[in-house]
Design a protein around this ligand. Structure first.
Ligand SMILES: NC(=O)c1ccc[n+]([C@@H]2O[C@H](COP(=O)([O-])OP(=O)(O)OC[C@H]3O[C@@H](n4cnc5c(N)ncnc54)[C@H](OP(=O)(O)O)[C@@H]3O)[C@@H](O)[C@H]2O)c1
Length: 262
């Protein structure tokens, strides 16, 4: 029986310059995979390459022309759609650019990479797509959305990743190409850096909490990718032990705001 790792030779990991992506590059390189590490930060990519031997791709995922050329430039056995951005705030106060950035990076680029890379996997009879969604794509968060990494646009893009993962498995039915969705809860990475109070950067999101580490998610990806061919790890939801999702709100009439109650 073949196993995934022995069969797969190359990988493309997006968002490789930090956090979960960098940990995934380290993990896959350790398994002997030739990893193409994609991000925008050339210094961090160069450091990762010096450490792991990965190839680097300084690419902005907004650039469809570059993605098209990239897909044609190599045969990828593993595609890890990991790059993502987050924004603070609800849709009630969100700027137009923030909505566009979230949709473009978290969802549009993933759809294009799947469109560009997966047909070649099917042709070659070998491939594995790993999509990083989020618990934000599966649940509404009861806490104030301005406190957590849970703008409605972020939730919507991650729900899109869940949906495309589900449908991609249907589209690939009968082929050996596998699709895994990894849905993490809170992981200590720099994704929260652009949305924390200046006076106490990490404590609100990471520092004061028992979170997951990027390696935990990389290990889960390695488990899915390394599983025997007969086994498709379709979806993994991975949360810190001390984090749960679950809330029900029901406002009293006296608490309602709006014109009718003014
Ligand atoms: N951390 C969590 O708690 C958590 C929970 C659930 C899901 N996730 C998801 O996990 C994934 C990885 O996030 P992370 O936590 O590891 O955050 P991170 O450390 O901030 O990493 C995000 C990565 O995305 C890349 N990226 C962002 N915009 C890009 C663009 N326009 N073009 C190319 N690359 C771009 C960044 O690269 P450059 O800086 O080099 O551009 C960076 O390498 C994301 O999809 C995130 O939504 C994270």
């Amino acid at each position: 029986m073949r196993t995934g790792f022995s069969d797969y030779q190359t990988a493309l990991v997006t968002g490789a310059s930090s956090g979960i992506g960098a940990a995934t590059v380290r993990r896959l390189c350790a398994e002997g995979i030739e990893v193409h590490a994609l991000g925008r930060d050339t210094e961090r990519l160069a450091a990762l390459s010096a450490e792991t031997g990965c190839r680097t791709l300084a690419v902005d995922l907004n650039d469809l022309g570059v993605l098209t050329r990239l897909a044609a430039s190599a045969e990828f056995d593993i595609l890890v759609n990991n790059a993502g951005q987050s924004r603070r705030g609800t849709i009630l106060e969100m700027a137009a650019d923030d909505v566009d950035s979230l949709v473009d990076i978290n969802l549009r680029a993933v759809l294009h990479l799947v469109r560009l890379i997966v047909p070649d996997m099917v042709r070659r009879g070998r491939g594995h797509v790993v999509n990083i969604s989020s618990i934000a794509g599966h649940y509404a968060f009861g806490e104030n959305a301005t406190t957590f990494n849970s703008s409605v646009a972020y939730h919507a893009t991650k729900a899109g990743i869940h949906s495309l993962s589900q449908q991609l498995r249907v589209d690939l039915y009968g082929t050996p190409v596998r699709v895994t969705e990894i849905s993490p809860g809170r992981v200590a990475t720099s994704i929260f850096k652009n949305q924390v109070a200046a006076d106490n950067p990490d404590a609100r999101f990471v520092g004061g909490f028992e979170t997951l580490g990027a390696d935990d998610i990389a290990d889960a990806i390695a488990f899915a990718v390394g599983s025997p061919d007969r086994m498709n790890v379709a979806m993994l939801e991975i949360v810190p032990t001390f984090q749960v999702v679950g809330d029900l709100r029901f406002a009293r009439r006296t608490e309602l705001s709006g014109a009718d109650n003014a």
